[in-house]
Write a protein that binds this ligand. Structure first.
Ligand SMILES: [Zn+2]
Length: 419
C-alpha cells in the first residue's frame, strides 16, 4: 500500500493524501491552499475521494474534480456544509472580479456524486467513518485493504464542547498498521478549557460594565453557532447580564438551519432541545445599520480580514471601552485583526487606525493539543504513525514524545511512503 502526501505535509492547509493499493486509488481529503491554489498538482485519476470534514483546507479543491464526476464519501453534514462553502467561494471569487473558473453547476455535480455513508466498500477496500469531535460532521477515516489497516484522523478533538462530543477513542479499531494524524498543536499544551471559557465570560462582563461594544470575529461554520449558543445559554443562566447580542452572516444562518435539522451530530443535551440553534438572546441581522449600540456582535470572517468583522473592527477599535475577543488560534500575520492585537494599529482603506480597545485572544480550539494527541496515540498503539497537518516544529515536538510507542514519520510534500 502506497501513501503519497500531496498537501498538508509539514504545514497546515491543503490536506490531501493519496492511498494506492493493487486495485484501488483514493484520496483522503482534497483541500485548498488559499492563494496558492493554481500551482497545485493534486491527483485526478481516483476511484473515490473521502472527505473528513467541511473546512476548505480539507475540501476546497473538490471543484477541480467536477468534470470527472468522482465518487465522494463523507458525512451528510460535511456534504451540506462543503457545498455551501464552495458556492460561497465561487461567489467571492466572482465579486473580486477574478471570474471564478468554476460555477454553481460544478458545485452541484460534487453534491450529486456524494455518498453520505459511514461505511462503504470499494474494490478490495472497506472504508469506515468515526466521529472526530472537531466540527459538526467531522469524521476520522478507517481503511482496510491489502490486509493493512489505516486510520486517518483529519482534524480531531478529544474533549467535548458545549455542543459537540469529543472523538470516541474507545470505538476506534486498535493497533492500526498506520495512523496518519494531524499535529497542529503537536508541541503545545493548552490551558484547561473551563478556565478559558471563564476568562471569555469575564472579558464580556467587563466590557458590559464599561457599556462598551464587543466584537467576536468567528467562522460561519460551527464556531459561529457554537458562540451564539454559548452566549445565549450564559445569559439564560445569568453568567453574563442581559445585553443586546447580534449575529450577522447569511452563510452562518443557513448552516444554523442544517444544524437544527440534523441534531444527531451533536451532544445528547442538544438533541433533546427542539430547535437547539434558535437563540433567545441572540438576534440575526443582515446589515450593520441594524445594530443598536452598545452590543455584542458575532461576525464573520473569523480572521477579521473581510466582511462585517473587518468593518466593525475599523469602527470600534479606537474606542477604549470596546472589546475585541479573538477565539481562533491562528491569524494571518498581515490581517488587520492580528495587527490590531500585536501592533495596536492597522491600516483600513488607506487610513491608520490606532487600537485603544481591549484586544484579547482566548483560543477555543477544536484541535487536540499535545497531551490529547499523546493520549490518543497511546490508546490506539499504531505500528507506524505519520504526522501531518502541522508545522514542522510542532510535528517534531510531538514525534520526540511518541517515539517510544510507535515508529514515526514526518513526510515532506509529495513524499511517498510504502507500507
Ligand atoms: Zn478543520
Amino acid at each position: 500500500m502506497i501513501l503519497k502526501f500531496h498537501g498538508g505535509a509539514r504545514e497546515v492547509g491543503g490536506s490531501c493524501v493519496g492511498v494506492e493499493t493493487e486495485c484501488c486509488k483514493v484520496a483522503l481529503d482534497y483541500g485548498a491552499k488559499i492563494d496558492k491554489e493554481n500551482h497545485r498538482d493534486l491527483p485526478k485519476d481516483l476511484d473515490a475521494v473521502i472527505v473528513s470534514h467541511a473546512h476548505l483546507d480539507h475540501s476546497g479543491s473538490l471543484l477541480k474534480l467536477s468534470k470527472r464526476k468522482p465518487v465522494i464519501i463523507g458525512s451528510k453534514m460535511t456534504q451540506k456544509v462543503t457545498i455551501e462553502l464552495l458556492l460561497d467561494m465561487i461567489k467571492i471569487q466572482n465579486q473580486k472580479n477574478k471570474i471564478s473558473k468554476f460555477n454553481n453547476h460544478d458545485a452541484e455535480i460534487i453534491r450529486r456524486n456524494w455518498w453520505c455513508r459511514n461505511s462503504t466498500a470499494l474494490p478490495g477496500m472497506t472504508i469506515r467513518l468515526y466521529p472526530a469531535g472537531h466540527v459538526a460532521g467531522a469524521k476520522m477515516i478507517h481503511i482496510q485493504s491489502d490486509n493493512k489497516q489505516i486510520i486517518y484522523t483529519g482534524d480531531f478533538c478529544v474533549h467535548g464542547t458545549e455542543i459537540l462530543d469529543g472523538c470516541k477513542i474507545e470505538q476506534l479499531p486498535k493497533n492500526p498498521d498506520v495512523l496518519i494524524t494531524e499535529s497542529t498543536y503537536g508541541g503545545t499544551i493548552r490551558e484547561n478549557r473551563d478556565k478559558l471559557i471563564d476568562r471569555f465570560f469575564e472579558k464580556v462582563r467587563n466590557a458590559i460594565d464599561r457599556k462598551g461594544n464587543v466584537l467576536i470575529p468567528t467562522f460561519a461554520f460551527h464556531r459561529s453557532q457554537e458562540m451564539c449558543k454559548r452566549i445565549d445559554q450564559a445569559m439564560k443562566k445569568g453568567i453574563i447580564p442581559k445585553y443586546k447580542v447580534y449575529t450577522i452572516s447569511n452563510l452562518a444562518r443557513k448552516i444554523e438551519g442544517f444544524f437544527n435539522e440534523n441534531k444527531e451530530y451533536f451532544t445528547k443535551e442538544i438533541q433533546q432541545q427542539e430547535k437547539p440553534f434558535k437563540y433567545k438572546n441572540v438576534k440575526h441581522i443582515f446589515r450593520l445599520s441594524q445594530i443598536k449600540k452598545p452590543a455584542i456582535v458575532i461576525a464573520t470572517s473569523g480572521f477579521g480580514h473581510a466582511g462585517a468583522s473587518l468593518n466593525l473592527l475599523a469602527n470600534w477599535a479606537s474606542e477604549p471601552n470596546n472589546s475585541i475577543i479573538i477565539t481562533s488560534g491562528y491569524l494571518p500575520p498581515e490581517s488587520p485583526l492580528s495587527q490590531a492585537k500585536e501592533k495596536k494599529e492597522f491600516e483600513y482603506k488607506g487610513d491608520i487606525i490606532k487600537t485603544e480597545a481591549d484586544v484579547e485572544q482566548i483560543e477555543l480550539s477544536g484541535h487536540a493539543d499535545q497531551k490529547e494527541l499523546i493520549k490518543f496515540i497511546e490508546a490506539l498503539k499504531p505500528n507506524n504513525t505519520v504526522l501531518m497537518h502541522g508545522e514542522l516544529d510542532q510535528a517534531e515536538m510531538l514525534a520526540s514524545k511518541i517515539s517510544q510507542i510507535t515508529e514515526v514519520a514526518i513526510p515532506e510534500k509529495d513524499e511517498i511512503l510504502d507500507f
